[in-house]
Design a binder for this molecule. Structure first.
Ligand code: AMP
Length: 280
């Protein structure tokens, strides 16, 4: 059974019918690929009802970013979800931003952190993310919400918000789904038009994997990292404590290697989690 709801009031009416059942929630901006579908499958396997939201959130796009061009493919997305229709799925697809941010909306949820990684280069982006996720949690009232490791920094901000505001929702971090080549699936991959772009985009995952190998064999990665960062394509390439996103002080067993690079005009991000020895 699939229900498609485009208005918040209709969605809430439907959601209320399932008050005794477990609700899993997968927030997306649509243009669904296997990465999104893997989150939906996980939710289907763990809950009575799964809610998938499809909403291109204007608040998380900065000036000059691709809000207008962002691929909107609702009919295709619905077809893809229909193929998974094992249990109850509610698709919440607000067509008008005022469904989520009513006229005059002037509240912002801001996690205050050191401005690093994407937060340094996309000011205000995570404020847009946490604000929309907060609104969606309030409307959907999920038991568990599913997010991809692909956007690890985003997950870390959402987790901080949930912990700080003591929201009653479980968060589930799900593995990054990749092409056979290693490239992480992303709606932005379709901006990579030429074979050369595709080939260049392989460098991101290859570089992260190489640093992973250096870490696992206890070798220094700093000169390799600095060499990469000297190339203009690289925006950042960092190895951080996965729990705190603070600098790697050599003491943590749980690290995350994160990178962002440009292929032509397209900005790609990726990350790898590394456990050294026993995870604390
Ligand atoms: P988006 O539609 O880009 O906002 O992504 C919606 C959700 O899908 C987020 O939790 C993303 O982290 C997740 N996601 C995007 N790409 C992938 C991927 N390749 N593998 C797993 N999850 C992904």
């Amino acid at each position: 059974m699939i229900e498609i709801l485009k208005e918040t009031s209709h969605f809430i009416e439907m959601r209320n019918k399932f008050f005794t059942q477990t609700i899993g929630f997968v927030p997306t901006m649509g243009n669904l690929h296997e990465g999104h579908l893997s989150l939906i499958r996980k939710s289907l396997s763990e809950n009575d009802v799964t809610v998938v939201s499809i909403f291109v959130n204007p608040k998380q796009f900065g000036e000059g970013e691709d809000f207008d061009q962002y691929p909107r493919t609702l009919d295709d997305d619905i077809k893809k979800i229909r193929k998974l229709d094992e249990k109850k799925i509610l698709i919440f697809a607000p067509q008008n931003p005022s469904e989520i941010f009513p006229e005059g909306f002037s509240t912002q949820i801001q996690v205050q952190r050191r401005k690093i990684l994407c937060d340094k280069f996309r000011p205000g982006h995570f404020d847009g993310v946490t604000t929309v996720v907060y609104q969606l949690f309030k409307i959907v009232r999920p038991f568990t919400a599913y997010f991809g490791q692909k956007d690890f920094q985003q997950f870390s901000y959402i987790k901080q918000m949930v912990d700080d505001l003591q929201l009653s929702v479980e968060l589930s971090l799900c593995p990054t789904i990749r092409e056979d080549s290693g490239i992480a699936l992303s709606s932005r991959n379709q901006y990579l038009k030429t074979g050369t772009d595709k080939a260049k985009s392989l460098e991101l995952f290859k570089t992260l994997s190489h640093i992973e190998q250096l870490i696992l064999s206890n070798q220094d990665y700093t000169s390799y990292r600095n060499e990469k960062m000297a190339q203009k394509e690289w925006q950042y390439l960092e190895v951080l404590n996965a729990k705190t996103l603070q600098e790697d002080d050599g003491q943590s067993n749980s690290l995350v290697i994160l990178g962002a690079m440009y292929v032509g005009e397209t900005r790609l991000i990726d990350n790898i989690l590394v456990s050294k020895g026993s995870v604390c």
